[in-house]
Design a protein around this ligand. Sequence first.
Ligand code: ATP
Length: 303
Amino acid sequence: MNDSLAVDAEHLTKRYGDVVAVDELSFTIAPGQIYALLGLNGAGKTTTIRMLLGMVRPTGGRVSLLGNRIRPGVCAVWSRVGYLVEAPAAYPDLTVTENLETVARLRGLTGDKPITAVIARLGLEPYAHRRARTLSLGNAQRLGLAKALIHRPELLVLDEPANGLDPAGVAEIRTLLGELARDGVAVLLSSHILTEVARLATRIGVLDRGRLVWTGDTTDLVAQARPRLSVVVRDRAAAAAALHTAGHAPAAEGEGLLLDSEHALAHPDEIATLLVAAGCPPLRLAVEQDDLETCFLRLVGPQ
Ligand code: ATP
């Protein structure tokens, strides 16, 4: 166990009968890191988060948060952790301020300061005296985040924080998480949308059927979105033969052919000339780049 880590999960496993929801999952999160668990529906994200928070008992493995091993009945660390793991629930007939006062009391906080500070941080001032049930989805999510942050946690855990938010809402969360990370707060979030995760997180763990299939910096994953030269011709077989003869390795995709060598990418004019000479003039020739979702689906493979 490394005391300086915010999250240290080792071989975490959860089985429900024959279903292995989480399979030997090991990962760490350092202070100031924004780590995203990325996976399709059913990949095991929520189960992992619930095991971390002591809400689900692991079948195997162990987890430590902020240097404290998570065990049933051991509570000391929860005052240093904030979380939002379900649709943000609030007392509908209480105002934003009253909802936060309730949480503050439960957290043992005194005075108005924690409440006014978190209302300001989440930009909730205009809604401070509005009943929770009248809030828009985005503002209800902000209230959920305010409840998670009111005690200034060192670790923040968010299950699908951008769910239902419009692009402006996602941008706000990104700014907030960036500020928290700069203050040394560690953030764990989950999502099934890579483009969203790429905007929010600095590190990504890709979960597929309970297993971690890829971990790395967001920039490395984005770099995997490889460029390739896409060629469409009338006679694909003849064009492929001509390209092979010239030493290229075209792959068939859809109606066309793909080339991904650096040479072909740097010299599309050469490829065009070659195809014209072979009697297969290109109808279309373009350098394309995988979008992030394609890149993610390549990592998790066929479902
Ligand atoms: P989603 O994005 O849909 O929430 P997820 O990645 O969070 O998916 P989990 O909810 O952790 O995935 O579920 C992982 C697997 O474990 C799924 O196959 C799910 O059906 C199964 N599972 C989760 N909870 C239970 C349970 N209480 N009983 C039986 N199976 C469960």
